[in-house]
Ligand binder design. Structure first.
Ligand SMILES: [Zn+2]
Length: 375
């Protein structure tokens, strides 16, 4: 009953990319899972993923070519001016902006070139792990100096460099089970000494990293920006046993952190836990990128579970696009279809009125991002 194709979107989480268009194999069709090299085994692995088959057909329809990986790669290599192509691609799904985590890939992508190739509104997000690594690599052992440099970097990013939010991937480092015992400065200082004593053992930096997260939570509140925290699955080096967003509950329920707007990024497969947190805590939002679009088969379930408990003004559409504009485009397309089905069912059951369907879809696809980032 619903058709949300005309609703525009802002992608709440993606990354800059500067791929060379390869006429043999079009990399932005790849999923983030599986090995990404060009060996026959890894290509066979990716080609047996339903996402990839579907993405190939969708893109073939857009490019007007045969629905094969080879034909899509060839047609994509022949599109001509990249900026013009991306404009047309984004216009077809109403993509109006990208909230972009510039911390991946490393070394960082040249944002001037990226802006030329991807002409849409960008909302850059400042990732804290590269500066932590730089300070540890420089072996800054004075705790006050470490903290000053770290926090000044965040202040400068927000006030002078155009960043609109701060991001952490501590789930890839020491996990989301933050220990509140690491809050005091004394523990931060001891944590820095431990991290420097064992630079090759990641868990040696846990006390320091926990301590810095507590600082960033306070700083984001003072700077009035949101703090994005990676949760759920990711690349294979994720600390898999410690990426459940529920692990953050102990911290986020503390009175001193309740005024910081925290966005749980990805959440999948812990969408139910995140939905509960977004309903139980006044300061938690959830983002559905990565599960959408790469766990394609789960798309309807992801939106359903997010809506289990979370108010719909706490849920963001996102893609986790990391290697091409098509990933945002595919995520927008499948999200509009899934939301039409999911909200249509809720209306049939009498849970929402006919008019509430578009209101909810608009909030998730673009409205919540506009409000969060002042877009
Ligand atoms: Zn990401």
């Amino acid at each position: 009953m619903y058709d949300f194709r005309e609703i525009p979107v802002i992608d709440n989480h993606c990354h800059p990319y500067l791929f060379e268009v390869n006429p043999a194999r079009y990399e932005p069709l790849d999923t983030f899972v599986g090995t990404r090299d060009g060996s026959a085994e890894s290509i066979a692995h990716r080609d047996a993923m339903i996402y990839q088959r579907w993405a190939t057909r969708e893109l073939a329809a857009f490019l007007g070519c045969a629905p094969t990986i080879e034909a899509v790669a060839k047609a994509r290599a022949a599109v001509g001016d990249e900026g013009t192509y991306v404009k047309r691609l984004f216009a077809s799904e109403g993509v109006q902006g990208l909230v972009i985590d510039t911390g991946y890939p490393q070394p960082p992508v040249d944002m001037t070139r990226f802006r030329e190739r991807v002409p849409t509104t960008l909302y850059p997000v400042y990732r804290i792990e590269p500066p932590i690594k730089a300070l540890l690599d420089r072996r800054v052992s004075d705790f006050s100096e470490f903290v000053r440099a770290f926090e000044d970097g965040i202040r400068r990013a927000i006030r002078e460099e155009g960043f609109i939010a701060v991001k952490s991937i501590i789930a890839y480092r020491t996990g989301l089970d933050l220990d509140l015992a690491n809050e005091p400065d004394g523990m931060g200082a001891a944590g820095l000494a431990m991290a420097l004593a064992e630079p090759d053992r990641m868990m040696a930096s846990k006390a320091l990293r926990d301590h810095l997260i507590f600082r960033v939570l306070r700083l984001c509140r003072d700077l009035d920006v949101s703090f994005h925290i990676h949760t759920g699955i990711g690349d294979p080096d994720i600390v898999l046993a410690r990426c459940n967003p529920a692990l953050l509950n102990e911290t986020l329920k503390q009175p001193q952190y309740r005024e910081t707007r925290v966005v749980l990024i990805h959440c999948y497969p812990y969408v139910e836990e995140a939905s509960w947190m977004a309903s139980a805590l006044p300061n938690v939002w959830m983002d559905l990128s990565e599960g959408v679009p790469f766990a394609l088969v789960a798309t309807d379930r992801i939106f359903e579970k997010a809506l289990d408990l979370a108010p719909f003004n706490r849920i963001f559409f996102g893609s986790d696009a990391f290697s091409g504009p098509e990933q945002t485009w595919l995520a927008a397309k499948v999200s509009k279809q899934a939301l039409a089905r999911v909200l249509g069912t809720l209306h049939e059951r009498g849970y929402i009125t006919a008019g509430e369907g578009p209101e909810i879809a608009e909030a998730i696809l673009i409205g919540n991002a506009k409000r969060m980032y002042g877009a």
